[in-house]
Design a protein around this ligand. Structure first.
Ligand code: 5AD
Ligand code: SF4
Length: 477
């Protein structure tokens, strides 16, 4: 037998089979417990990785025999898939879980569960244990594939179930999936993060970086394309370091090329890229293959080199701009750039923040995801002196968003007469006969056209830039 040379663990086929057996056992429990087919409500917070995990959770629940609802008060199973990246997200979860206290009292046959990044922190799990006694099941990010077994335990045992192993994490293949959309798909290619940016909780709650085998990713992409998916987004915390743990090693650019060469009419996206690992080879690949969206989401977090160092980001402003300029050179007007920025990192001064503003001014991003720094327990940044007041940080934040709004408005004007290849996703809002499409960079263009174009790619020429939407017309094919 060939030796398995992977550096990271893979969940065994036997374990996956065992979970399938638990699906059957749990199915029989719920058919006795509920008179009708029970409904589950899966509430997802946070990033696309969580959305993808929720699609696997729904896949398993579907196999067990649950239907689905968005309405919590119709559900026999409510699962909160939580996010820990900022405090605000955590507060919302506590608020929403708290609201179910009386619902559970009146409906004791309902199961309430919490999972995801937030639960993977000891102090949060302790708080749920002590202050939210009506939560029946809590499970961490490393055991999502074991949901059938854990749910079985929650349904049959008298005790609450807490399954939160602290581990590096493994790869589980063959877990059922029920996707939210039939044209757009999330495709995780790797899990975890090894970067330990000093402000970030992700490496602590999602474990070490580990890549799926290229063959598994490609097989899933092929399956999606064959069943009519048009937009596939490859997911990872840092997709640029894909494949480093595989043997033989496969680079992210190579994986992208292999998917881009598959037959069919589709578009590939990916996120998130880290500037320290983003290569010119990747940018060349984006430029070369028509099927790869010309969209680069490259978070720079801060435009100031001292702050970047304190953030443990391992690149500087000059290296970032070099990458951006190379990408602009290679892809020209077709390229859409987006980024994440943190305002008010501990110790950041206004002078340093101005370097973030000047970088935003220089690059001219399509859009930005901007965040005020939120201390995360257990991260190095949470221990750093943070003298700037929340009010002051709020002012800086507004200065940044105002600047980006001005740039977006200028960009909109520049789009006039440009032609974009767009994915037509649904009805428009500008009038009855308008339909709406998205460019690579997620700009919305509305144009007059018939509904049968929905779900296809079309070339659209911008005729009139409005404030948030572009008006256009379809080019002849
Ligand atoms: N505070 C504020 N923003 C954060 N992010 C990550 N951790 C924090 C934090 N502690 C932001 C980063 C990252 C995005 C997903 O969330 O900008 O790129
Ligand atoms: Fe967090 Fe940095 Fe990893 Fe992104 S790369 S998940 S910001 S530690």
């Amino acid at each position: 037998m060939e030796e398995n040379k992977r550096k990271t663990a893979v969940v065994s086929e036997n374990e996956i089979k065992k979970q399938q057996e638990f699906c059957k056992k749990t199915a029989s429990v719920i058919s006795k417990r509920y008179a009708e087919k029970p409904l589950a409500c899966v509430v997802t917070y946070g990033c696309q990785q969580n959305v993808a995990d929720s699609e696997h959770i729904k896949g398993m629940l579907n196999q067990i025999g649950y239907g689905f609802t968005e309405n919590r008060t119709e559900a026999k199973l409510i699962i909160f898939n939580t996010c820990a990246v900022r405090e605000h997200a955590e507060d919302r979860v506590f608020g929403n879980v708290g609201m179910l206290k009386s619902y559970k009292r009146e409906n004791p046959d309902v199961i309430i569960a919490c999972c995801g990044c937030m639960m993977q922190q000891q102090h949060i799990a302790d708080k749920i244990k002590q202050s939210f006694p009506f939560v029946d099941l809590v499970f961490g990010t490393h055991v999502v594939y074991r949901l059938p077994e854990l749910l079985y335990a929650a349904l049959t045992r008298k005790k609450r179930v807490f399954e939160l192993p602290d581990m590096d994490g493994a790869i589980a293949e063959g877990v059922p999936v029920l996707r939210d959309n039939d044209k757009k798909a999330w495709l995780p290619i790797m899990y975890g993060c090894n970067n330990f940016c000093s402000y970030c909780i992700v490496p602590y709650v999602r474990g070490r970086e580990r890549s799926r085998e290229a063959a598994d990713v490609i097989a899933e992409a092929k399956e999606l394309i064959e069943s009519g998916y048009k937009e596939i987004t490859l997911l990872g915390q840092n997709v640029n370091s894909y494949g480093k743990d595989l043997s033989p090693k496969v680079s992210f650019a190579e994986l992208l090329q292999k998917i881009a060469k598959l037959d069919g009419d589709f578009r590939i996206r990916f996120m998130t890229s880290h500037p320290k690992d983003c290569t010119k080879e990747l940018i060349d690949t984006m430029a070369e293959y028509e099927k790869i969206a010309k969209h680069l989401h490259l978070p720079f977090q801060s435009g100031n080199n001292r702050v970047l160092k304190a953030m443990n980001r391992h690149y500087d402003r000059e290296k970032y701009l070099e990458l951006i300029n190379y990408a602009k050179e290679k892809m020209g007007d077709a390229l859409s750039l987006t980024s994440d920025i943190i305002v008010g990192f501990p110790g950041e001064t206004y002078e340093e923040f101005k370097d973030t503003l000047s970088l935003v001014e220089e690059v001219k991003f399509t859009s930005l995801f901007t965040f005020i720094y939120s201390p995360r327990k257990g991260t190095p940044a949470a221990e750093m002196p943070d003298p700037v007041s929340a009010e002051e940080k709020g002012k800086w934040f507004k200065e940044l968003t105002d600047l980006q709004e001005k740039i977006s408005a200028e960009n909109m004007k520049k789009y006039k007469d440009k032609v974009f290849k767009c994915f037509v996703y649904g009805k428009g809002k500008l009038g009855d006969n308008y339909i709406a499409a998205r460019t690579d960079g997620n700009l919305i263009i509305e144009f007059e056209g018939s509904d049968n174009l929905i779900g296809t790619f079309q070339k659209i020429k911008v005729t009139e830039p409005l404030t948030y939407v572009l008006k256009g017309e379809k080019e002849r094919n």
